[in-house]
Design a binder for this molecule. Structure first.
Ligand code: GLN
Length: 328
């Protein structure tokens, strides 16, 4: 990339960072898992990985934090590749819930299966499908590969802290068992919580986002892939409709990039075919999403024209220019 192009993206990133920082004082770190309460709410890191695997970073992009609910997209993708969409969606629906991530109201009153795999009830159901087929080590390896990050390990303090404060997820899991949707409740909860406790960085999430943007392939040139094209299409669609819980609709309108959040403060965004964006900011909004993320992503989406329904992306033009520059 020419210095001018790099400068342009870095300028935009700086402004996005500034806008994100301004939103932080209205947010709060999660405390229902006590260990998460120790995070520094002022931390913010934003990382962009373009389809040429060029990285643009600002702030705390190499700070480790737990992946939490972002792991739901990986567990879903593994299950889709392993069992196929029909089997998976027999047990969990694909409708936005409009309820909090840890709600089980709909499950109890409206439907006989969780509304979608991005909320806890859906993700616990997916984890129970994986149990006995995929070990924690194997799931960790997939996450290392897709994040292009060999340093991903479980944070044991956070894992234990969540296991000791699991009443809500345990209630969900027993309700799922009562409906015949899962078995081995305690083992399922352990696998689900352990995967949530794996530590990533904003930069590793940007890589993961880029691989999803690439339809599961690890580079545009090779055929080496982590997930099938169909699987990544399904996951990206569900990220768009359900990835930000009961803020997914507004977020899709304002930002228009499939995104998944985690209560550890992570966000992963997939600008299809163009870039992955990873954000770390542990101060959360009232829905449990990184509060700095929305203004930062809104700005980047507008300036780089990353909204799903915007055609002429500036980032696309910059990357294409780079390719042309290489050819000359
Ligand atoms: N491990 C967390 C939980 O189950 C994940 C929730 C989240 O990131 N939204 O509550």
């Amino acid at each position: 990339m020419t210095p001018r192009m790099e400068e342009k993206i870095n300028e935009l990133l700086e402004e996005a960072y500034k806008r994100g920082k301004e939103a932080i004082p209205s947010g709060h770190v999660a405390t229902y898992i006590p260990e998460l309460g120790k995070a520094n709410p002022m931390d913010l890191g934003i990382s962009i990985c373009t389809r040429e695997f060029d990285h643009f970073n600002i702030g705390a992009t190499d700070k480790r934090f737990t992946i939490q609910s972002i792991s739901k997209i990986i567990s879903l993708a593994i299950a889709l590749d392993m069992f196929g969409p029909d089997k998976v969606f027999e047990r969990v629906d694909m409708e936005p819930s409009g309820e909090a991530f840890n709600s089980f109201v709909d499950l109890d009153t409206k439907s006989n299966k969780p509304m979608n795999p991005m909320i806890n009830s859906g993700a616990i159901t997916v984890a129970s499908m994986l149990l006995g087929h995929v070990s924690l080590e194997e799931a960790t390896d997939v996450i290392r590969k897709i994040c292009m990050d060999d340093e991903i390990f479980m944070n044991r303090q956070i894992f234990e802290s969540e296991m000791n404060h699991l009443s809500r997820n345990r209630s969900i899991a027993y309700l799922l068992e009562s409906k015949g949707l899962i078995t081995n409740v305690e083992e399922t909860l352990e696998l689900y919580t352990a995967i949530c406790s794996l530590e990533v960085t904003a930069e590793s999430l940007a890589n993961m986002g880029m691989i999803f943007a690439n339809d599961g392939k690890i580079s545009r040139k090779s055929d080496d892939r982590i997930f099938s094209k169909r699987t990544t299409e399904i996951v990206k669609t569900i990220m768009l409709t359900c990835g930000m819980y009961d803020r997914s609709g507004r977020f899709a309108v304002d930002v228009g990039i499939p995104t998944k959040s985690g209560v550890g403060g992570g966000l992963i965004s997939v600008a299809d075919n163009l870039a992955g964006i990873g954000i770390y900011g542990p101060a959360l909004d009232d829905k449990g999403n990184c509060i700095a993320g929305t203004p930062a992503l809104m700005y980047l989406s507008r300036e780089l024209q990353l909204h799903l329904f915007r055609k002429d992306s500036l980032l696309d033009r910059l990357i294409t220019l780079k390719l042309k520059a290489k050819l000359i």
